[in-house]
Design a protein around this ligand. Sequence first.
Ligand code: GDP
Ligand code: CA
Length: 311
Amino acid sequence: MITVLAGGVGAARLLRGILAVHPAEDVTAVVNTADDVELHGLHVSPDLDTVTYTLAGAINPETGWGLVDETWQAMDTLRRYGGITWFNLGDRDLGTHLYRTQRLSEGAPLSEVTAEIVRGWELGLTVLPVTDDRLRTMVTIDEQGDGDVVEIGFQEYFVQRRHDVEVRSVRFDGADAALPGPGVLDALAGAERVIIAPSNPIISIGPLLAVPGLREAVEARRSDTVAVSPIIAGAALKGPADRLLRELGHESSVVGVARLYRDLAATLVIDDADADLAPAVEAEGLRCVVAPTIMSGPDEAAALARTVLAA
Ligand code: GDP
Ligand code: CA
């Protein structure tokens, strides 16, 4: 089995590459749920849905989230009433949130509902929410830059403020009491290869490791674990990973990523653009593999998957 620790877009692309070169039945994704948000009474799980929609070939190529061929009529109606409109939910996408919310209200755990949704899209892999318990990234920001800090929910930071605000700290509400989801620890213990996807180390991989037992379970597999750097030439391809690393006292480079992952992974895959930093990565105690890591299409994703599986 191959087990992939996953956030949203970067992980979904790598998983797509893995499924192109490896049987889906042998792949498990352990996915972040700390971005989840309740809106309009609906339970939205952005990272789970990005993984599912991408692997189904149904992701919206323009946005990188939501479904292709989307319409926005429900949002127009909400706007008419002065409802919550800063978080866009497309008409097609809404079906997923309606289904998930209904099943959760019936008492089904998120893991069971996720399996149903993944089956609905006829995907062969196993997708596991990292926990069935409530886990929420909370972000302390300095909105005016005057030292007055306020803590807000992840989507208020990421979407409403377009992650364009100074972050002082991040915490994962509910992590202390959360239990690993069914199958998560077994997927780590039983994998021949564990992969840390190129996802945001702070807010996508961070919450996974904050669930009690997860960090230890990955550390126990260190020699079989390969991470792919989400930072290329000092920057994130999208999103606030570079900025967050700096604001929280890390280095926004493959060396900074190596320091965060040195106890978790024996190997770090970095982009060709960072080849000159390979010795500095190895000085942190990881083996360094240099390869093209920008997954601009299915071919690039499959090539990176081959590199990661062979590393
Ligand atoms: P989100 O949940 O959708 O924000 O996505 P992730 O947690 O996966 O984080 C986005 C991160 O993935 C950013 O730091 C990107 O630099 C990284 N990323 C996205 N696509 C790629 C890619 O093709 N290659 C690499 N190396 N990183 C990527
Ligand atoms: Ca995410």
